[in-house]
Design a binder for this molecule. Sequence first.
Ligand code: ZN
Length: 308
Amino acid sequence: MTHDVVEIVEVGPRDGYQGIGPFIPTERKIEILGRLVAAGLRRIEIGSFVSATALPQMRDTPEVLAACARFPGLEPQVLVPSERRGRDAVAAGARRLVFVLSVSEAHNRNNVRRSPGESADEYDRLLRAIPGEVAIRLDLATAFDCPFEGRVPEERALALLDRLVALKPDAEICLCDTTGRADPAHVGRLFARAKARFPQAKAWALHAHDTYGLGLANVHAAYREDVRVFDASFAGLGGCPFAPGATGNVATEDLAWMFARMGVGTGIDLDALVAVAREGAALPGGLAGGRVRDAYGAGTACLAQAVT
Ligand code: ZN
């Protein structure tokens, strides 16, 4: 049996925290970061360079980024919506940027007040403005479904990628199910079509939400199309503040559990992850999701009882 490996990218400190009202003290964020690293997570989206008025929870991202040096092995990535924010992030020491734009016109306008085409121009400018050694990940939000426009035609996502992939073929491209309304057939088909259309693209990733309970099924559908990078949020924290009702990223501990059962390596220590996920679920104002956190450990006695 070949030993397969996937990379789980922890996005809780960005996607999970950004919708939480009460400000999480910076030292607490840094402490949790250390616990996530200790649980085996390596690539962590630690925040975003965005307007502090729009997302006050993210206002300490530069401080959190600076603190990442305390944790050997941690590869922090930060989300940016524009060239200017991207330059700010690089100046603050970021070496991995996530540029986000939406396939759907309405969502992109709501998010960054631009058309998707204008955001693609912005991406082009960002690429020219930053050093070549900065790693780029492209987050394609509403790749499957939009809170305002509903189901997004596959052709529209692919047409936008025509331009974006040409700008930087070695960027990692993440298709995001912003609303959680994608289904496994849709996910499998879009990845299959995108990979066939862009053989030059270096790496693909899926960002799944579990809003309708299909998060893990969608992850598995992408895995079957040879996607090996998956975003997840500890305790299932999250939701897009600009995608009404889109609560709940797929929980990191649910993914780690599934892949462990499948014999696929993640490098994650589940005991340590579940412990920090339980703390994440208890953060004031946080909305937790996922199943493994509650079942893990506590379920053993019931299972033993059920067979007697
Ligand atoms: Zn998300």
